[in-house]
Design a protein around this ligand. Sequence first.
Ligand code: UT7
Length: 330
Amino acid sequence: MIKAAITAVGGCVPDYVLTNEILSTMVETNDEWIMSRTGIKERRILKGEGKGLSDMCIAATEELLKKRGIKADELDMVIVGTITGDYTFPSTSNVICDKIGAKNAWGFDLSAACSGFIYALATGAQFIETGRYKKILVIGGDKMSSIIDYTDRATCIIFGDGAGAVLLEPTTEDLGVKDFILKADGAGRNYLCMHAGGSVLPPSHETVDARKHYVYQEGQAVFKFAVKGMADVSAEILEKNKLKSEDIKWLVPHQANKRIVDATADRMGIGPEKVMMNIERYGNTTAGTIPLLLWDYEKQLKKGDNLIISAFGGGFTWGSVWLKWAYDTK
Ligand code: UT7
């Protein structure tokens, strides 16, 4: 049976560091509040006119291709999980393929907010498992600074910019994407969304004046749904596959809030030494958090390690993926 294995990882975070101290000069907040409520110390922001999501995705992809020793024209497909693509259309996938020379690939952007990467990973895995494609690039990333209101202290402290990429290839070994559970509840759109810019409320002077092109979040409500959603689905995937907490080498949780991650790990009976975390340095990069964790922890991963990847985000969308890591890093 063919399985989809991750065979390489790449990542990119922009150079500019937006610290809690700098944010304290922009809105009424402080390092102590942000650290104790979220676990975030700093986040990266993509600066520069004309720079968009694709710039970070391309840097991540180029690193990945180099590590794997392959050329862009060997890619069959490029899926980009994001809510901040370069344009409403065409897709960022198309922009990336053009700029890197992925002449033989097709692809699309996938909108599932913070669950964008796991939705894209599960989707890409299907095209490998059927035997149709051999090399699929799955990217998760967001330029959240393009949709954040830096006068709103409830949201501007959380989000950052970044992108990560993984390559999916077929394997007949007992490795790769073993199972996934993906969920959605559209009623969640009331708690976390961007009101304007789509076909319901196209851009106008009024929508801009009313600050409707920024992330709207009812933090406490989302927090409650996220804690329950991420903890429940992570426990469910263990149960479904008869896995025990001691079978799991790493929990790879979406980095929305350290308190949500801690609750998920507790529920799974997983100690902090097995939980990947980088929220302190990057904040919440939406679809970028999970591939950026894999990028940061790649050297610690061993062939055969069981990973549970979990996310919860806007939509609402959430889910878990059980993945067996496929290689040792030299
Ligand atoms: O990744 C996608 C999914 N998103 C999430 O998972 C986010 C889920 N939500 C959260 O992580 C948290 O709800 C937040 C981090 C957004 C907020 O933390 P909280 O503990 O839920 O705070 P709160 O909204 O209940 O606010 C508590 C107090 C309020 O003051 P009063 O009304 O008690 O006087 C806020 O006005 O903290 C105040 N506050 C702040 N104070 C200092 C809100 N933001 C700030 C701030 N600095 N940045």
